[in-house]
Design a protein around this ligand. Structure first.
Ligand SMILES: Cc1cc2nc3c(=O)[nH]c(=O)nc-3n(C[C@H](O)[C@H](O)[C@H](O)COP(=O)(O)OP(=O)(O)OC[C@H]3O[C@@H](n4cnc5c(N)ncnc54)[C@H](O)[C@@H]3O)c2cc1C
Length: 510
């Protein structure tokens, strides 16, 4: 074993490999990557993912992480055995609501600098002749989206990292972490100990178990997700390319599709969430694969055949429930923990963002700050209530259900609610407060009792999407505050107490 190490990365999935790649590229040496299982067809999620990469995201940062990943994977993908397929993507609209959502996505894409377009049914048909398109409004098309063989990408990343001084160890389970005075000291493994000041927890669905070794809660839930692949389809016989068709999202039915040469694969989110406790993960050679549950697949299969009529009567060659991580707010969990110096986390990351996350984390570790604002993914964003097992599971379940839903930016979670209430809560309720949740707090956004306050006739009217979770009363309340007197309950606002030498100077500076 390599001892001591500058950094020990736990997990050789896409996240561990890309982090090792970038740390060594930025000049750090003695990087040790440990995995409890084999390299690089790992026991984790990476080797089971069909590898679809849709870069668009409502968050500019998350979109950028995906774009970085596409750039990286295209550079490192082996040429002799292709692992990177830039076939583009289609998000199809079967409903008017989805079509409106895709128009909003196009707006985002333009703002984020991601080339994209809306196309009609005929153009979709020309790209995927076997898809039924006559009942579609159109599709959101991103030409640079792609699909990857993630395990091959891991191997390629690791090869370059190894050439620059990283070393990878298979079948080396981390069993404990030594911490002294709030700092990482060493990693204990089944094959010896490694002294180090820095650990990266890139253990995927096992993240909470590694976190526990360091005394750091990592709020994620491993979730079962159904994927199936057909036997060869008659209409695709003789296909010479691994992929020619764009990858497809059919969100109105919670489905996605990809071509596997002369067969088709599809994944479904159209079933009740199937969470698994990290403690209950099996100790075998396929711990991230659970038995296929046909009862959760029947409806999706019918929808898949309706969209791809050539699948009618076709057998499924592979079918499984694969596991990957869901968090309370659907975002990844990144960064150095508040509790333990030197304990870094890169968890709940899709293949789509794995390359970008490795780069951002390496920047953060080496330079002190990442070049992207990662606050929406920062591990320290969670308040204590978010670590209760029931909260984590309930929110992760919801994220699974909503993964393809049309979500308004102000749409509120329905449960759990009323987690943090101000002492004035019941008085606010009596005044007809309409509450939005923020950091667990119930915060009034407007009061129905203020309905009679005068607004201005020339204020722009809102309808439809823009009028959701909004009321003209908000404007009237603002105006009344400016011209009269208003009382606000600021209980939910964060208060910072700054004390110690030169604290006044610091505050003046701020
Ligand atoms: C069916 C399915 C379909 C998916 N489809 C897509 C898709 O199309 N696009 C997409 O972007 N994402 C997809 N995903 C999600 C994606 O696969 C994961 O989010 C991603 O691979 C996670 O990568 P990772 O490196 O964090 O974790 P993993 O790949 O799980 O790697 C973690 C590693 O940590 C190791 N480890 C754990 N504990 C220890 C320990 N104590 N000591 C040493 N090593 C340890 C494990 O052995 C494992 O190899 C899919 C997932 C599944 C299951």
């Amino acid at each position: 074993m390599h001892d001591p190490a500058k950094v020990v990365i736990i997990g050789a999935g896409i996240v561990g490999c890309s982090t090792a790649y970038y740390l060594t590229q930025m000049g750090w040496r003695d990087i040790c990557v440990l995995d409890q299982g084999p390299l690089f067809q790992n026991w984790g999620s990476t080797s089971h993912a069909p590898g679809l990469m849709f870069q668009h995201n409502n968050s500019k940062t998350i979109c950028r992480l995906a774009t970085w990943s596409v750039e990286l994977y295209s550079q490192v993908a082996p040429k002799d055995s292709p692992a990177f397929f830039q076939v583009g993507s289609l998000e199809i609209a079967h409903t008017k609501e989805r079509w409106e959502e895709l128009k909003r996505k196009l707006g985002n894409a333009k703002a984020w600098g991601l080339a994209a377009d809306l196309i009609g049914p005929q153009e979709i048909k020309s790209m995927i002749p076997i898809m039924r398109t006559d009942d579609l409004f159109g599709a959101f098309f991103v030409p640079s989206d792609c699909d990857v063989k993630a395990a091959s990408i891991c191997e390629a990343l690791a090869k370059e990292a190894q050439e620059r001084g990283a070393n990878f160890h298979a079948h080396t389970p981390v069993t404990s972490i030594e911490i002294k005075n709030g700092r990482v000291q060493a990693v204990l493994t089944g094959r010896g100990n490694i002294r180090t000041e820095n650990i990266v927890c890139a253990a995927g669905i096992w993240g909470p178990l590694i976190g526990r070794m360091a005394g750091v809660p990592i709020p994620l839930t491993p979730m079962q997700h159904l994927y199936a692949k057909t036997v060869p389809v008659k209409e695709l016989m003789g296909e010479t390319e691994e992929m020619r068709h764009p990858i497809v999202r059919y969100q109105d039915k919670d489905l996605y599709f990809r071509q596997h040469r002369d067969a088709y694969g599809f994944g479904s989110y159209r079933h009740e969430p199937l969470p698994v406790d990290a403690e209950a993960l099996p100790h075998n050679d396929h711990p991230a694969i659970f038995p296929f549950t046909p009862e959760h697949f029947e409806e999706s299969w019918r929808d898949a055949v309706e969209r791809f009529p050539c699948l009618h009567g076709v057998e499924l060659a592979e079918k499984f429930n694969g596991l990957f991580s869901f968090t309370p707010d659907a975002n990844s969990i990144l960064g150095q923990t508040r509790e333990v110096a030197g304990f870094w986390v890169a968890e709940a990351v899709w293949v789509t963002h794995g390359g970008g996350v490795g780069r951002a984390l390496a920047e953060w570790m080496v330079e002190g700050t990442p070049s992207l604002d990662l606050r929406e993914m920062d591990i320290n964003r969670f308040h204590p209530y978010a670590f209760s097992p029931s909260y984590i599971k309930s929110r992760a379940n919801r994220q699974y259900i909503e993964v393809y839903d049309i979500i308004h930016p102000l749409q509120q979670m329905e449960s759990p609610r009323n987690l943090r209430l101000s002492p004035f809560h019941s008085r606010l309720e009596t005044l007809g407060a309409v509450f939005l949740e923020n950091a667990g707090w119930e915060r009034p956004q407007w009061f129905l009792s203020n309905e009679a306050l005068p607004g201005q006739p020339d204020w722009p009217k809102r309808t439809g999407w823009t009028a959701r979770y909004w009321s003209p009363i908000i404007g009237a309340e603002h105006q009344a505050t400016r011209t009269g007197v208003a009382l606000y309950d600021l209980t939910p606002f964060t208060k910072l107490e700054v004390s110690g030498p030169r604290s006044l100077e610091l505050i003046q500076f701020l």
